[in-house]
Every structure is written in C-alpha cells, then in structure tokens.
Unconditional design. Structure first.
Length: 216
C-alpha cells in the first residue's frame, strides 16, 4: 500500500471522515493563442483514498506520473486511457468540478488573477455543496514554484472567507504529487480537458465526462 507524507497524513486525521478535493490547473497566457485558465478539483471520499491511490500506482506502473509526459509515448497513452477509465468507472464514487476562466484579461500577464477566480469558484462550490455526501473542507493542491505564488493562493482563500463565500473551516494544503499520488487525478482531468478545448479532441475527456461538472 502506498503511503503519504507525515504532513498529509496529519491533515487527513484532522479532516476525519470528510471528503478531500485534489486540485490542479492548466492554462495558456501566451497571446499567440486563446488565453484561458482552468482549475480542476477531483473529490475523493475518505474511505476510498487508500484503494484509489493503490489503483492509480498499479495502472501507472510507477510511483511517478505526469499525464502530458505520458501522452508522448504509446505506452504512456495506453496507461493514460487505463487511468481515465478507472476514474470514470460507473462503480467509482469520485466526482470532478472544473472552473474555466475563458477570458484572461490583458493586464493579467501570468494568469494569477484568472487563477484566483477559478480557485474561489471551486472553493465556494465545494464548501457549500454536498460532494456527494457533505461539503469539502480540505483542499490539496500541488506545491507551487515559489513562496509568492503559494502566498497568493492563501490570500485568495482568505479573501473568499472575508467575503463570506466560503467557511472558515476551509483549508489549503500544498504538497508534491510524490507526497500524494491522488494529485494525479486532477492532472489527468486537466490534460483531457485541455485537449478538448485547445485541440478540439474530446476523446480523452469523454471517458470521464459523466463525473465532471464545468462551473459557469
């Protein structure tokens, strides 16, 4: 059975039996193409975490996974399909919510403003909506490149609390996918959705579309 870091394990203990949302993003801020920002949250029930984690590692064939890298090779493409089919299987309890900022403003050079909108939208939706049993309080996202970026996400959460959009119980935890393989789930969804909106190829996303909701 795959294990998680002590920091992650401690957060899970505090979260108890409540579901956890795992977040990732995909975006383009290059002016040569349509600018967009998408943030994805995949919700996993507490009693399913260990089983889902082990199933992902088994299908990936390794303790490391990055979907965009895997899609460059035939074997990786087959493993991607296996992972998506597992996530989208009718017997699974996972669900996915996507926040899609279809416009990134001209003064938002690095997409951080669009990211804040997407993150706020996901936090608001998942902390106020049973998903599917009860609202989410713990959000796990991939550790950002530098402290300034991490601080921006923390400020986004604080602003959402102050505005009354989310409860004070909401917590953000930034870790690496090596510390928690369940972060592979939103990475898979982001790659599938990105291909749908940039390459007009829905084949990957269709495998999980039934468990996905795109927020307006």
């Amino acid at each position: 059975m795959m294990s998680v870091s002590n920091v992650v394990a401690s957060a899970y203990r505090l979260n108890g039996s409540r579901p956890v949302a795992y977040l990732d993003e995909t975006y383009n801020v290059d002016d040569r193409w349509a600018r967009f920002y998408v943030m994805t949250a995949v919700v996993v029930q507490a009693d399913q975490r260990a089983d889902v984690r082990d199933a992902l590692v088994d299908r990936a064939g390794s303790g490391y996974w990055h979907t965009s890298e895997a899609l460059r090779a035939r074997d990786g493409q087959q493993r991607t399909l296996a992972l998506l089919d597992y996530l989208g299987h009718p017997d699974g309890s996972e669900l996915c919510v996507l926040a899609h900022a279809r416009t990134v403003e001209d003064d938002d050079a690095d997409g951080e403003q669009a990211r804040a909108r997407c993150l706020t939208s996901l936090l608001h939706h998942l902390t106020s909506t049973p998903s599917p049993d009860e609202p989410v309080e713990l959000f796990v996202l991939e550790r950002r490149r530098d402290r300034r970026q991490a601080n921006r996400d923390a400020q986004t959460k604080t602003d959402a609390i102050r505005s009354g959009r989310i409860s004070r119980q909401a917590r953000l935890l930034q870790v690496s996918p090596g510390e928690e393989q369940l972060l592979w789930l939103p990475d898979l969804v982001c790659s599938a959705y990105r291909r749908k909106i940039t390459a007009q190829d829905s084949a990957l996303f269709e495998r999980i579309a039934r468990i996905c909701r795109v927020l307006p």
